[in-house]
Ligand binder design. Sequence first.
Ligand code: PGA
Length: 254
Amino acid sequence: MAKPILIANWKNNPNSLLEVKTLLTQLARGGRVYKKLSLFIAPPLPYLESVSLKSKSFASLASQDISSVLQGTHTGVVTVDMLKSLGVRLTILGHSEQRAMGETSEMVTKKIRTALHAGIVPLVCVGEPTRDDDGLHFEFLREQIKSSLAGLNKKVDVSKLLIAYEPVWAIGKRAEDAISPSDLTETIIFIRKVLTDIFDRKTAESITILYGGSVEPGNAQNLFKSTGIKGFLVGHASLGAKELLDIAKSLIAK
Ligand code: PGA
């Protein structure tokens, strides 16, 4: 069976290179545990090279986004080829914080194609802003998945991408405010149904789905156990070496 996946989304943290180095030294102490899963660290761009050098033995490199601009002169743009040359193997795409800044599902689709073309694994984030008793959030989720994956080829493209289900209302909170294991199980079944409608059952079953949104040591084990996910996308708790190690342990606990 494939190893569980753990992605550390550092967002716009830490504030200095010095803090990055300290955190990496602490993370390296968990190397023995991290080797039992697929750990990716997604730092802010200026730290990519330092993270790459210091985490080679226990983690792979990810980026938090990519640009779909490939050619021409564009001040401020970092191309996917540059990321690839630094060793980036996976990219987070369509994160709700990017969508909140104006990223559309159409832009996400374009970036998925750009990543696939460059040989970088796209991790496509989807998630509803709120939940309601009438289940309208399922409609939102269906539309977001459909529009983000529009036009992708089930054989060539979809087999290489991952999905992160990140309910926006659960991001950046505490463990007790995250989704419950039963609601997560239900939503993962729903996402697979939508994927079956878009592609087919076999393709839908083969897509790896992760969960993100207030994953902490206190809820990791219950959210992982029998909910149908293959790992986590972790924000704030990935900035604490002990917290991340405890989350990693819950992914490999028997
Ligand atoms: P959180 O962030 O773990 O701090 O909720 C998750 C994310 O936004 O990817």
